[in-house]
Design a protein around this ligand. Structure first.
Ligand code: GLU
Length: 276
């Protein structure tokens, strides 16, 4: 399979220097390998995704000189795919209904978890009568991946999960994230499920992204194993930090590519600013 990588932004804000570093790194590596570079719009969070942010993504990347294959995959148009993946996990009882979801978890489900995981959650399905009563009462729930069931299903293969990262082979430790939420009753997928599914579907051989998503890879390789998807090579690159020494975030207006462009900076200036 030919070298294929991707840049997968969520259109929930304007791209900044950190995104430029990620996109240009992936694009340059694809070029050097004479491989493919894909752009994927991760807009499953319809509450936060906005058409103007998506339009700005195309504009900013084109301005940087990046070229991508078309058509671009927009996740919101493929919810049935992710639901089918979830269904296969439900059928094999690898996920369970959790009625104890806090509001924040529910809100965070669609976004990529940058940085350290929160306190890992562990649980299991309620006894059937109790669950039936809650369902009858219309209580909200989320589908959580059961690490216990995943371990039982995979046997020794669970402990042999390894992924290739920039630093060499890493033994996967899905426990770091605990029993993650993979979908909500009223929300057919999470970032994890959609992203892993699409990487496989699109034939992505190399996932190049910031090191704040390295922890997520420990879970992603488990999902790949459970869903019998191929495992890409990972490369988690260093992050571009703001003046405060913290990871750039959507609130750092001055570092957005549109602000830089308006202030007269060129794509070459941007490359210099991020040491490329
Ligand atoms: N959509 C994610 C984000 O914008 C990126 C996910 C990934 O590269 O795996 O943070």
């Amino acid at each position: 399979m030919s070298f294929t990588t991707r840049f997968a932004p969520s259109p929930t804000g304007y791209l900044h220097l950190g995104h430029a570093f990620s996109a240009l790194t992936a694009f340059d590596v694809a070029r050097a390998a004479r491989g493919r570079f894909l752009l994927r719009i991760e807009d499953i969070d319809q509450g936060r995704a906005r058409p103007e942010f998506e339009a700005a993504i195309f504009e900013d990347l084109a301005w940087l000189g990046i070229e991508w294959e078309t058509p671009v995959r927009r996740q919101s148009e493929h919810m049935a795919d992710y639901e089918a993946a979830l269904r296969s996990l439900i059928d094999r009882q690898l996920v369970y209904r959790c009625f104890r979801t806090r509001k924040e978890i529910a809100e965070a489900i669609a976004s990529a978890p940058h940085g350290e995981p929160e306190e890992p959650f562990r649980g299991e399905a309620l006894p059937p009568e109790e669950e039936a009563a809650k369902l009858d009462a219309g209580e909200a729930f989320a589908w959580r991946l059961s690490l216990k069931k995943a371990r039982a299903a995979l046997g020794p293969a669970y402990f042999a999960l390894v992924f290739e990262d920039e630093t060499g082979p890493v033994r996967a430790e899905p426990e770091r994230r605990g029993d993650v939420v993979l979908a909500r009753k009223d929300f057919g997928t999470s970032y994890h499920l959609a992203s892993v599914w699409d990487d496989a579907l699109q034939g992505v051989t190399h996932v190049i992204r910031g090191e704040d998503l390295r922890d997520a890879a420990h879970l992603h390789v488990l999902l790949q194993k459970l869903l019998e998807l191929p495992q890409p090579v990972y490369r988690h690159h260093q992050l571009i930090l703001g003046e405060d020494g913290k990871r750039l975030a959507k609130r750092d207006q001055a570092a957005t590519l549109s602000a830089l462009r308006e202030s007269g900076k060129t794509p070459a200036d941007v490359r210099a600013m991020i040491d490329l």
